[in-house]
Write a protein that binds this ligand. Structure first.
Ligand code: FAD
Length: 416
């Protein structure tokens, strides 16, 4: 009988697994609560009006349409019944022989969920659009306000978390509010704006070597970003953010400080870490269930030295491919080769033409680092159309210094 394989999530892990199956004889169902795959590493460019949502996303149905063994379903999985081998969605149930769970993660507010409404995080296209509108609306609001204190509040931007997302957001926002957009306004100018990046440790980009962290900090400071090291956020409200003992009045707080995984994983009754990730075997299967696999940001998997694998796209993609191969080989759990991550490197960009990269042990910074960053991101975008469009947008921005996607369609500041 043909095997039933269910993949939950059409992100980096889920899509890589599905594609690796090729025309394998099985009934494969890919379930995602959205109809699109998002290239998350470029979300910050949507949030800062450099790219539009369609440039970095593609319909999952379109990506997998050539594989006749795959059915794509848009639905939200609400629980998993291991006993009955069923995935339960909001509208129906799916039986499985093998299950691949690739549901990614959301941002975490370390138990202070009430902060989310003032300090949105960046994980989905909706998040990116919300942040974009918040930034653009704040500039519009500041332009028409008379009270200098209120103007300052709308022109202050605080990014919480000095990992790659925080660094990239801080650089891009600084560039918008200090350089590219201000020439379109008459009552506000760059000297009235303030961009702060808050990091709880003594350096940015903790997973990078010290010298690249220092270079990223220097590049951000040259764009006018104030970096606040060794301080934690202790309160967030509609007036601003408290960082250690200092209160920064602001309407614009962006959260890039932590991740947690969906409570859906609790229905597996498996061992989870503090962030809700599932502790998996070396073959990425559940501790006591060799036919259920967890991959990507939802898994707590270790490398050969026993260190937790980072929540990054290449890890999720390699895990997806590996798991598909394991399922197709059909070996018993004790005969499976453990998953081995091949680390090709890591990179983060700072503003329009700077980046820090470490690739195959070699370090690159500045303009050359940024060129590498551009090439690699273009190559990994999922569709040819997106590659072409993003290249054109970047070339336009590089030459003109103008962001093209500056539309406000909702009203994040309406209630103020
Ligand atoms: C802003 C940002 C910037 C990043 N930058 C980089 C970078 O520069 N380089 C890098 O390598 N990595 C980067 N990452 C991390 C990288 O994007 C993730 O590690 C990767 O996406 C994880 O892949 P995944 O398959 O586990 O999850 P995802 O790609 O997040 O996919 C999860 C999918 O599951 C779906 N889903 C979730 N819950 C359910 C449910 N209950 N039912 C149905 N579907 C569900 C979601 O809709 C989504 O499509 C970044 C992440 C973010 C948020």
């Amino acid at each position: 009988m043909r095997k039933k394989i269910v993949i939950i999530g059409g992100g980096f892990g889920g899509i890589s697994a599905a594609q690796e199956f090729g025309d394998y004889e099985a009934d494969i169902t890919v379930i995602d609560k959205t109809n699109h795959h998002v290239f998350q590493p470029l979300l910050y460019q949507v949030a800062t009006a450099a790219l539009s949502p369609a440039d970095i996303a593609a319909p999952i149905r379109g990506i997998l349409n050539k594989q006749k063994n795959i059915t794509v379903v848009m639905d939200e999985v609400i629980s998993i019944d291991r006993g009955k081998r069923e995935v339960i969605t909001k509208s129906t149930k799916y039986l499985f022989d093998f299950l691949v769970i690739a549901i990614g993660s959301r941002h975490s507010y370390f138990g202070k969920d009430e902060w989310e409404k003032y300090a949105p995080g960046l994980k989905t296209l909706n998040d990116a659009l919300f942040i974009r509108e918040k930034i653009l609306s704040s500039l519009e609001t500041a332009e028409k306000m008379k009270d200098p204190d209120e103007v300052k509040k709308y022109l202050t931007f605080v990014i919480v978390g000095g990992g790659p997302t925080g660094v990239e957001m801080a650089g891009a926002i600084a560039e918008i509010v200090k350089i590219t957009m201000m020439k379109d306004f008459r009552n506000i100018n760059a000297s009235m704006t303030k961009v702060c990046l808050v990091e709880g440790e003594a350096r940015l980009l903790l997973s990078y070597p010290d010298d690249l962290s220092a270079r990223a900090a220097k590049d951000l400071e040259s764009l006018g970003v104030e970096i606040i090291f060794n301080q934690r956020v202790t309160d967030v409200n509609d007036e601003g953010v408290k960082v250690g003992d200092r209160f920064i009045k602001t309407n614009n707080i962006i959260w890039a400080a932590g991740n947690s995984v969906s409570p859906l994983l609790k229905s597996l009754n498996a061992e989870l870490d503090m962030a809700g990730r599932v502790l998996v075997n070396p073959d990425l299967s559940l501790k006591d269930d060799p036919d259920i696999f967890i991959i990507g940001d939802a898994a707590y998997a270790k490398d050969k030295d026993g260190k937790m694998l980072a929540g990054i796209a290449p890890v999720a993609m390699q895990e997806g491919k590996y798991v598909a191969k394991i399922i197709m080989e059909g070996k018993d759990a004790d005969l499976r080769e453990p998953f081995k991550y091949f680390d090709k490197g890591t990179m983060a960009t700072i503003g329009r033409a700077k980046a820090v990269c470490i690739i195959a042990g070699f370090k690159f910074t500045g303009f050359f680092g940024w060129l590498l960053w551009c090439i690699i991101h273009i190559l990994f975008l999922i569709s040819f159309r997106n590659r072409f469009k993003v290249m054109a947008e970047w070339a336009w921005y590089y030459l003109s210094f103008r962001h093209g996607i500056r539309l406000i369609t909702g009203h994040p500041n309406k209630s103020k």
